[in-house]
Design a protein. Structure first.
Length: 102
C-alpha cells in the first residue's frame, strides 16, 4: 500500500495530466478557493456528500469516489493534492512579486 504522501503526489500528477489543472489553471483561484475546496473534502471525508459545503466556483463533479479502499481516503487524498496546488500557487505568486520588485 502506498503512503499518504505517495497517494497525494499521484493525485496531483493526475490532476495536472488528466484534468489540466496546471499552475496556469490554478492561478485563477487567488481568493482561497483551492484551500476552501481542500477543507470541504476534509469535511465530508467519511460522511455523506453535502452539496452546500462546496465553494460556488468549484466543480461538484470532482467528488468521485473510485479506486480507493475507503471513500474517505479518496476525499483526504484530493484534499492533500489541493493543498499542494495552493502551496505551489502561493510560491509562484510570491516569486513573481519578488522578481517584479527586483
Amino acid at each position: 500500500m502506498m503512503t499518504g504522501v505517495e497517494f497525494i503526489a499521484q493525485e496531483r500528477l493526475r490532476q495536472k495530466e488528466e484534468e489540466g489543472y496546471t499552475a496556469a489553471h490554478d492561478a485563477q483561484f487567488f481568493s482561497g478557493e483551492l484551500s476552501q475546496m481542500a477543507a470541504c473534502y476534509c469535511k465530508v471525508a467519511g460522511v455523506s456528500f453535502v452539496k452546500d459545503a462546496w465553494p460556488e466556483r468549484m466543480d461538484l463533479a470532482l467528488c468521485k469516489r473510485e479506486s480507493y479502499p475507503h471513500p474517505s481516503l479518496k476525499d483526504l487524498v484530493r484534499a492533500g493534492a489541493l493543498i499542494a496546488a495552493e502551496i505551489d500557487r502561493l510560491v509562484a505568486e510570491a516569486t513573481a512579486m519578488t522578481e517584479a520588485q527586483g
